[in-house]
Design a protein around this ligand. Structure first.
Ligand code: IVH
Length: 712
């Protein structure tokens, strides 16, 4: 076989290549065309295999970076030798064809039908009874139980193992030919081959069907990106999958993270004999198709119901939407006998799960003021039953959401509930508006303290503008209540849940978070529903929280821009709350990794008289505000905040041992010398790090100096 033929043939002949490399190679100039051609085939073979591992098996063998490197090498070779590019090259998946004005129509050789529904084990038994009766009870059968994927069904036609057409369901008889778009979905094979090495013949003609969907995580990400660009959002993953598949320009589809599960054998010529749906599913897998996980074979209806229940339980944890389970009679011979009633097969049915969406009316919005002063909206709804639970409210996240949804009071809303999370508003059902809708008015004053509100970007740096109360937390009850709750939660005082924190504030037991350490047993016992046990438990947690390390206290203070990591750095550097309080902006900003914004925020925090008073109260209560120095003699961590780099060999210390000694004294160990390095410890045979230290003027210590440093 000539190289030319091999190229035409796509993958065959690849196995014959002796010199292959699984690591990407820099493209060597002066490569002969023959060598380039071999490498191109080899790379395609590898990429195709990794695609399969990644997209079909969800079990990649290489990292994304490794995949990208192989891909880039192929791209480079193809640009150097354009004559080697074939339409089936993985590089051609991204942007196949250009904008088409409208999709050509295709008539499905086998119509794409729908499914009847059942909603209970009782309905299922009746469906089964009808099927048995139809067959005069002459057949025994088993069932497959598959997830009912909430996406779009598609039909894929392969001729001699090559994907020749992909179409939508359309009206079931005629669909749209969307081959270029479907070809961008990486888990749809372009060329079939047995993944188990079997030499069985590839069917001369094969039509399979399945569901294209967008993973929930990808849908969330896509909507976030669309929101940032101010574009219209998709209502749900199904819509976004549909929108992505209907793109006229397949390069847009290529950018959308679509995926597919194959579940139906529509037609086959020249393949192995398949007698059951179960065999068909296994056959799909062998051929490299992606098949849904956890498909069960049920011997009787009890087993079927068990498998359906398992899917219902699993539903919240999946990264794809399902709206039920599909039950199919497994034996094809029985299916053929059963045939169809109207558009629904008698041999299959959909066991539908309770809906998670419902339409209801927005009766109002309540505004909650949080610790940082943000005022967040909560949608108050006409109570509605969604999947067995009465839903009365839904999150709106922030004011941006109100604008994005175009929300008005009295609006009919599509509300979605998933798992235990607070339901959210999917969209306004504009076509159901009655004309009685009124605009949402953002509160001009804080609902808690009455101070004017202001609108500005979020403190955390996210782009969403938020509504803020302009008052200090000391003058705004809601902010302080939430601060008390936040402080208690960070300090590990679990007994002080949100409701209790608010109640204690409202009843005057706590006016600020510092009061937490002054709660009296008698005060608590005097409260309704506070018995001895819960009182002692709470007081015990508060007492325990006093012992927590300094970084936890810093975190709990809730200083804007001080998170877990920076609290840790501050504690390591300053060792005590008093030291931090005394520090100025420059001293704080000088700590590696601390920004100026955070430094300013810290100084501002301690400049506030009220904050200082509370900090003093906390200290007076005997709360740990210093990190004890873990040295025998009780001295300070002498090397705190200093970065050391070690190079060469020390005579009396091993490398690890030397590092450990430095770390125990608070030092940080760096791996390379930079201007941020404070000292370089240079042993015998020190190399380039020593030279670098000399160039940068970093202090260099020899073993003797090191010994003095760590032994003192
Ligand atoms: S089999 C004769 N299996 O549900 C129809 N359909 O309501 C055979 N669907 O149009 C369809 N997951 O889009 C089948 N595992 C699955 C499915 C599934 C989702 C969709 C499909 C179909 C609709 C029927």
């Amino acid at each position: 076989m000539s190289d030319e033929e091999k190229r035409e043939d796509g993958e065959s002949g690849v196995e014959d290549i002796a010199v292959t490399s699984t690591t990407p190679q820099p493209v060597r100039p002066g490569l002969t065309e023959d060598e380039a051609s071999r490498r191109v085939l080899d790379l395609r073979h590898q990429l195709e295999y990794h695609n399969y591992r990644y997209y079909v098996q969800d079990d990649p063998e290489v990292t994304d970076a490794e995949y990208d490197a192989l891909y880039r090498e192929l791209k480079t070779l193809e640009s150097l030798y354009p004559e080697l590019i074939t339409p089936d090259s993985p590089t051609q998946r991204v942007s196949i064809g250009n904008a088409v004005s409208e999709f050509p129509k295709v008539v499905h050789e086998v119509p794409m039908l729908s499914l009847s529904n059942v909603f209970s084990p009782q309905d299922l038994a009746e469906w089964n009874e009808r099927a048995s009766k139809y067959l005069d009870r002459r057949y025994d059968f088993t069932y497959t139980v598959e997830p009912k994927i909430d996406g779009l069904s598609v039909a894929l036609v392969y001729e001699d193992g090559v994907l020749v057409r992909g179409a939508t369901r359309g009206d079931g008889i005629t669909g749209d030919d969307i081959t270029p778009n479907l070809k961008t979905i990486k888990s749809i094979p372009w060329k079939l081959k047995y993944r188990d090495g079997s030499t069985d013949p590839i069917p001369a003609r094969l039509e399979v069907r399945g569901e294209v969907y967008m993973p929930i995580s990808a849908f969330d990400k896509l909507n976030r990106e669309l929101a940032e660009k101010g574009e219209k959002l998709f209502a749900n993953p199904r819509n976004s999958a549909a929108g992505s598949l209907r793109q006229k320009d397949s390069s847009i589809t290529a950018k959308r993270p679509l995926n597919v599960f194959i579940y139906t054998l529509a037609r086959m010529e020249g393949g192995p004999e398949l007698k059951t749906q179960w065999e068909a599913l296994k056959f799909f897998e062998r051929l490299g198709f992606r098949v849904a996980p956890e498909i069960k074979l049920g011997e009787d209806l009890d087993q079927v119901v068990e498998a359906v229940t398992a899917w219902l339980d699993r539903r919240e944890r999946l990264d794809f939407e399902i709206d039920g389970a599909v039950i199919k009679i497994n034996e094809f011979a029985v299916e053929d006998k059963l045939g169809f009633v109207g558009r629904d097969p008698r041999w299959a049915t959909a066991y539908k799960f309770p809906a998670r969406e419902a339409v209801t009316r927005l009766t109002g919005i309540t505004w909650t003021v949080r610790r940082t002063g943000t005022i967040n909206p909560l949608a108050i709804l006409d109570p509605v039953n969604i999947g067995g639970t009465t839903v009365k409210s839904a999150t709106l996240f922030n004011i941006d959401m109100i604008e994005r949804l175009g929300l008005k009071i009295n609006d009919p809303l599509l509300v979605k509930r998933a798992g235990d999370v607070i339901p959210n508003v999917v969209k306004v059902m504009e076509e159901r508006r009655t004309g009685e809708e009124t605009p949402v008015v953002l509160p001009a004053t804080c609902p808690s303290c009455g101070a004017p509100t202001t609108r500005r970007p979020d403190e955390s740096g996210s782009n969403d503008p938020k509504l803020y109360c302009t008052n200090d937390p000391y003058d705004c009850p809601s902010q302080m209540r939430d601060w008390i709750f936040f402080f208690s939660a960070v300090r590990g005082v679990d007994g002080m849940g949100e409701r209790i924190a608010h109640r204690f504030y409202d009843e005057g037991l706590l006016r600020n978070f510092g009061d937490l350490y002054y709660l009296k047993r008698e005060q608590l016992l005097a409260l309704d529903r506070f018995g001895e046990r819960s009182t002692d438990k709470l007081l015990n947690q508060i007492e325990e929280s006093k012992k927590k390390p300094l970084d936890n206290l810093l975190m709990a203070l809730g200083i804007p821009h001080v998170g877990v990591k920076s609290a840790e750095m501050l504690a390591n550097h300053f060792h005590s709350l008093a030291n931090l309080e005394a520090a100025d902006i420059d001293a704080i900003a000088a700590i590696k990794g601390m920004g100026r914004v955070a430094a300013q925020s810290i100084v501002k925090f301690f400049a506030n008289e009220n904050n200082r008073k509370i900090v003093q109260k906390i200290i007076d209560a005997g709360v740990r505000t210093e990190d004890p120095i873990e040295e025998e003699n009780g001295g300070r961590k002498a090397l705190a905040g200093k970065t050391f780099v070690l190079t060469g060999n020390l005579v009396n210390y091993g490398r690890k041992q030397a590092e450990e000694l430095l770390k125990r004294r608070g030092a940080t160990i760096g791996s390379s010398v930079s201007k941020n390095t404070d000292y370089v410890i240079a042993g015998a045979e020190a190399g380039s790090k020593l030279t670098k230290a000399q160039q940068l003027g970093v202090s260099i210590l020899d073993e003797e100096a090191f010994t003095r440093l760590v032994e003192d």
